[in-house]
Design a protein around this ligand. Structure first.
Ligand code: SF4
Length: 326
């Protein structure tokens, strides 16, 4: 088994698999930790401020506590805090490899970045092409899981979130992940169709642990997970550069809104839950998003990896009641 390479958000994972490495999305490593709050506490003990996003603290905590020696830090196209995170990880002796998505979605710029990334890990071009064939099969499976969520009502919003979220690193083993997703697909066909108020979830993945179950208990069906779906790169019959150009997440709010509007129409979404993380700069994007979407939007905020608080539950209940009354 190759060395584990962490990353702060989705990167062209084809390169890491082709280099014989084990990709590891540090967000997933943090949130699946047996006790994720201790990772946050570790960062705070080391001097990270209280008023900083807890995803950043969690990533820092897992890198140090789990001995991740190499981390790809996405400097442009993700988080305004990544540069400082990269600096402190370098200071702590971690090898940091920078990667950037050009904000203007410039093809030549992205091509240069991917080439530099390939060089940093010594991945062969032929090996990347071989890996792409496997990943295309996996991503087709994920697209089918997503379709079974919104069109056939056979996959729950929570399951949809889990599958699409783990597409960023394919749990470190794309072949095993492919087998697992194929097995899941063969099982869900036997299920009963779910129905409910059709909710779309937009924004960064939730740090809270019970949002999907709570919505489901209120009679909702989460039929769209915006950013998670983007992580699964549902773009086929194109090369790697085009795939990462169609990917909306790194290129600002406007390509994302275009994608969200298309999916609201296609999935017949009745209301949107927009999740924002406490102390995240993306909170500002909420202003634009609320004005540009034509369905009701409820914005909720999360802070720590724990269950929803009472106030958020009340707001969700009122929102769902309002949608039921429409
Ligand atoms: S939630 Fe916002 S501040 Fe936190 S890591 Fe993600 S982009 Fe950065």
């Amino acid at each position: 088994m190759g060395e584990r390479v962490g990353f702060t958000t989705s990167v062209p994972v084809e390169v890491l698999f082709a280099a014989g490495l084990v990709p590891c999305d540090l967000n997933n490593l943090f949130i699946t930790d047996a006790y994720p709050q201790r990772q946050v506490e570790r960062a705070e003990t080391d001097g990270f401020p209280k008023n900083l996003c807890n995803w950043i603290k969690g990533i820092y905590g897992v890198v140090l506590s789990q001995g991740v020696n190499t981390v790809v830090c996405v400097m442009e196209g993700d988080c305004s805090n990544t540069r400082a995170l990269a600096e402190i990880l370098t200071y702590k002796g971690v090898r940091v490899v920078p990667f950037s998505y050009p904000y203007d979605r410039d093809r030549a710029g992205l091509e240069r970045e991917i080439e530099k990334f390939r060089g940093a890990f010594g991945a062969g071009r032929g090996d990347i092409q071989e890996v792409e064939k496997v990943l295309e099969r996996v991503r087709r499976n994920l697209a089918e899981i997503d379709r079974l969520t919104w069109e056939d009502g056979l996959v729950s919003g929570r399951e949809n979130n889990a599958w699409l979220l783990s597409a960023s690193d394919m749990e470190g083993d794309c072949r095993q992940y492919e087998a697992r997703s194929s097995e899941f697909l063969s099982e869900v066909g036997k299920r009963e169709k779910q129905v409910g108020i059709r909710i779309g979830y937009v924004g960064v993945p939730p740090i809270t642990t019970d949002l999907y179950d709570f919505l489901e208990n209120l009679g909702c069906q989460v039929v769209y997970n915006e950013v998670q779906r983007q992580f699964s790169l549902p773009y086929f019959s194109c090369g790697m550069i085009d795939r990462y150009l169609q990917y909306t997440y790194p290129y600002g709010i406007f390509p994302r809104i275009e994608d969200i509007k298309t999916e609201i129409a296609r999935r017949r979404i009745e209301g949107i839950v927009h999740y924002v993380q406490a102390f995240c700069y993306r909170v500002v994007e909420d202003v634009i998003l609320r004005e540009m979407l034509e369905v009701p939007v409820l914005t909720i905020e999360g802070d720590l990896p724990r269950a929803l608080d009472g106030r958020t539950k009340l707001r969700l209940e009122a929102f769902v009641e309002m949608l039921k009354g429409r």
